[in-house]
Design a protein around this ligand. Sequence first.
Ligand code: BO1
Ligand code: ZN
Length: 257
Amino acid sequence: SQFTCDHQCNAPEKWDNAFKECAGKYQSPINIVTRKTLKDERLTPIQFKNYQQIFRSTIINNGHSVQVGVPHPSTISGGGLQGIYKAVQFHLHWGSNGGPGSEHTIDGEQYPMELHIVHMNSHYTDLTTALRDPEGIAVLGFFYEKSNSANRKYEAIINTLRNVKATNGNTSLPAISLAQLIPSEQNLTSYYRYKGSLTTPGCAEAVVWTVFEKPIPLSMDQLGAFSELQFHDGKQMMGNFRPVQPLNGRQVFRSGS
Ligand code: BO1
Ligand code: ZN
């Protein structure tokens, strides 16, 4: 079923009861213990196609995050992925005013925010079918770090946040590209890979996760701007991350370069 805030957006510990798959064995996010990762030479640099393409879209407060649909065929392939994956949407998870807020953690370190670019295997035309395939979805996860200066590439997006404060608030986004949101390609060769799930209900175990090592810099003001958004109950939207889940014997791999 579709995840709405009637199902305790802010209470991940209650999801297991309402959504069977959230109690599964291969859930996300996880803490990545770097000394236990296994280097895999097949994890070559990911091929980004059309990531430079500029598009117009709408930014929406969906009650648990702020989300932007990707309306054009940006794709990823290579890097050990089985086939081509099309970008569908991106959204973020964050803490309180720049405090800890990422979903994945690295050796126990929680970053202030995490970007998820959600892709669907190009075999599929709808998410519902893709969610039944253990590799139907590929999510790219990027961490943010505090910087002393503002990141100009994020100004346009962050300036729209004041217009989408309330749940279901939406506004048009100035033209952007996916490439402008993430580190340059030569900084994307180091990443972690494992098999897991969506981090919100229904928690489908259908996700090939790629978590990049290189964080994206944002100023404290830029990070803090996300805390001005509101959950459906009007409370400040912050801490919209799921806590880390048990690995249950899964191996986490790291890229070969
Ligand atoms: S995440 O990247 O693991 N945080 C994540 C969590 C939930 C979704 C996507 C990514 N949900 C799915 C919905 C679908 C929707 C799709 C694309 O996102 O279950 O109904 O079509 O927006
Ligand atoms: Zn997410």
